[in-house]
Design a protein around this ligand. Sequence first.
Ligand code: HEC
Ligand code: HEC
Length: 279
Amino acid sequence: MAAQLGVQDACDCRKPAASAGMTAWVGRWLQPRALAGVATAVALGIMAGPALAEEAAKDDAPLKPDLAAGQETVEDVCAACHGADGNSTISANPKLAGQHAEYIRKQLQDFTPPEDGKPAKRASAVMGAFASSLEPQDIVNVSAYFAAQKLTAPAAASNAELVELGQSIYRAGIAAKGVPACAACHGPAGDGMPAQYPQLRGQFAEYTTAQLVAFRDGARKNNHPMAEIALRMTDPEIKAVADYIAGLRPEGGTPEAKPADAPKPEADKKDEANKEADE
Ligand code: HEC
Ligand code: HEC
């Protein structure tokens, strides 16, 4: 029997992320204390900005996001494909609204081909070019901007016959093949988790399918557990779970999703309700 790919074994991100963050935190905390000089602290660039712990807890990158600059870059460069607010209407182009900033940043780095001529970790002719054109500060800005947008036009599940299989894979995995439940990492409603797992809900089924196939075929080499998972899935299983994910909603994933062109006020209301429930 295939080994069960459990969350603990499968995830290579939880612990390293936490310990790397911790090391940076301890380093930043100790330095100014040991040196105990205001001039030194200013020289190290640690006086301005949020408290050390607060900054380090958010991420390890010293760059601070500038939302207005992010919006400008998005309007100039990204909006044509992803929508000005990340609610893309073209299924080949993923919706980015509300996606976690850390995840977006990682993707933009992974799309960028390294200078040694090796292929990018995540191959995409289109995004390779756009990602390479961004400075590190731009990446931080656009990631924060898209993360701050609302997914007001989620995609919808389209195939009632696939819903049962899709839901069962999403919630329980495929035990016989050692496929873990998607919900274990991406959450029961597909919200993901900042800095660890991307939001999936409301994404175009075509895009989700393409990504799972890319993980399986090796075109997307930026996450080993996801490749392992996709390798264990057949095309019909991928299609079913992708369709279910398109219909997932914040309140827990009714497959009978609203159509993508649902009137905005409704979608906003739902989003508000979810936000309140979250807080
Ligand atoms: C010409 C259309 C086009 C433009 C312009 C464009 N993108 Fe993309 N983007 C795509 C496509 C297509 C993909 C899917 C790539 C793949 O298949 O992996 C994508 C994927 C992405 C992803 C990965 C999303 C995920 O869920 O993993 C991010 C992040 C992204 N784009 C950000 C940007 C940003 C930021 C800009 C502007 C600087 C931008 N894109 C401009 C077409 C575009
Ligand atoms: C062990 C944790 C884990 C499990 C279980 C898991 N995933 Fe993932 N998944 C991830 C991580 C981490 C990423 C981000 C990879 C990266 O850095 O690009 C990801 C990325 C994805 C993406 C790409 C999203 C995008 O916007 O491009 C899709 C699609 C996806 N997972 C679908 C699934 C499905 C479907 C299942 C269940 C069959 C599943 N995942 C189970 C951890 C997991």
